[in-house]
Ligand binder design. Structure first.
Ligand code: ACO
Length: 373
């Protein structure tokens, strides 16, 4: 290694490969899935159509969507072995550990687990997409001490997810906001968890192994864990009137404020306005003006003080709180959505693979003798 080697900590600014799945453009604050602006997708498409788009590269025709929905609905019921595995995890375990375990069990029991052909990978992706809501809803309900609820084939993805969690058909406003959050969380180019999935795939390991690794990467509060962390911050602050004093203290101790900042976007996250609009409909629906006031006050004061803008986790955390999910379940909801993007990337990586193996510059001791050698 020469002195001129440039080390880009955290791979910041490094382009490691091409992708045709999504384009993040921080200059124009835009995010395209297969060329379509995510805002337009969120306004016009159901999440199932967006999942199909990420995997197939095109939006489905009405007939293709019908067939895709039928396939997804056929795989919703949770494998009893996964239920048993979830029951073996204590409720003191974080729900991200539970969903990671569930995917691991699904992989170990999938008859096509070791078949990494594009056709088998696509079928496994759809099965995972279909099974994750049941696993997450099952875990949420056992934490409440309630019996699980079987999936319903007459409901779309988001309505069924909410039905299995809460045991009632969701109001249109809630179902729409949830669907929008799933669409916005579905894909975001080479973020840490997607890159993890691609690294694992590059060794020619199987799809479930790559998804399990991605779940591990998503768990951290600098990535997906931030939507949960945002609500811990809200709970700590309590009310809008307390924001300024809380922020003084937080900034004085150099705390990171969860839900703000982004590695790629520096003047605002392209997904935030759409999720904030969905949150506004929920605030109206639930009459949650106090929460909205706290949200606005923290954003206004933090942006004014640091010039750092909210990311998607900032509006989605409060949205999931209003819907009634436990705070610890928020990041598993992110998993349910992002499994579409992860698996699209796994298939893209596998289709034109090169082992991902960067170099490092050694800074440890010079060569020396082991005592007695
Ligand atoms: N609160 C306080 N300060 C912040 C924040 C924040 N949320 N974000 C960035 N900064 C500050 C850093 O302290 C640093 O300041 P310094 O130069 O004085 O040391 C500067 O801004 C640059 O921040 P970095 O962390 O170096 O920038 P990076 O690109 O690595 O960070 C990250 C991006 C990790 C997302 C960061 O903004 C952060 O930690 N945010 C909070 C966690 C979060 O919300 N994560 C969700 C990401 S989006 C998603 O997963 C959907």
């Amino acid at each position: 290694m020469t002195d001129t080697t440039e080390i880009r900590k955290g791979l910041a600014g490094v382009v490691v490969d091409t992708t045709a799945i999504s384009k993040v453009n921080p200059e124009t604050n835009s995010l395209l899935y297969r060329g379509y602006p995510v805002q337009q997708l969120a306004a016009t498409q159901p999440f199932e159509a967006v999942a199909y788009l990420l995997w197939h590269g095109e939006l489905p025709s009405p007939e293709q969507l019908r067939a895709f929905r039928a396939e997804e609905r056929a795989h919703r019921a949770l494998d009893p072995a996964v239920k048993a595995a979830i029951d073996l995890t204590p409720v003191s375990a974080h729900p991200m550990d539970v969903v990671r375990t569930a995917v691991s069990v699904l992989g170990a029991r999938d008859a096509e687990a070791s078949d990494s052909s594009p056709e088998a990978d696509l079928r496994k992706s759809v099965r995972l997409f279909a099974a994750l809501p049941a696993a997450i809803a099952y875990d949420q309900r056992r934490r409440w001490g309630r019996d699980p609820i079987e999936p319903r084939e007459d409901l779309d993805y988001s309505r069924n997810f909410l039905w299995m969690t809460f045991g009632e058909e969701p109001h249109e406003v809630v179902a729409r906001a949830f669907d929008v959050s799933m669409i916005l969380y579905a894909e975001h180019s080479f973020n840490a968890s997607t890159f993890t999935a691609r690294v694992i795939t590059s060794t020619m390991a199987d799809l479930h192994s790559a998804v399990v690794g991605a779940i591990g990467a998503l768990k951290g509060p600098l990535h997906g864990g931030a939507n949960e962390a945002v609500m811990h911050v809200f709970d700590e602050i309590g009310e809008a009137a307390a924001v300024e004093a809380w922020l003084d203290e937080a900034l004085a101790t150099k705390r990171k404020i969860m839900g703000f900042g982004h590695r790629v976007y520096k003047s605002g996250d392209s997904r935030v306005p759409t999720m904030k609009a969905a949150l506004d409909t929920l605030v109206e629906h639930y009459g949650a003006q106090e929460l909205a006031a706290l949200y606005d006050a923290l954003e206004a004061h933090f942006v004014a003080r640091k010039g750092i803008h909210p990311n998607l986790d900032y509006p989605s955390g409060p949205a999931y709180r209003l819907m009634g999910f436990d705070t610890e379940l928020f990041t598993p909801l992110f998993v349910a959505a992002r499994v579409t993007g992860w698996t699209a990337h796994i298939m893209e990586q596998a289709a034109s693979n090169a082992l991902i193996r960067p170099l490092s510059e050694y800074v440890g001791p010079d060569e020396r003798q082991v005592p007695g050698a």
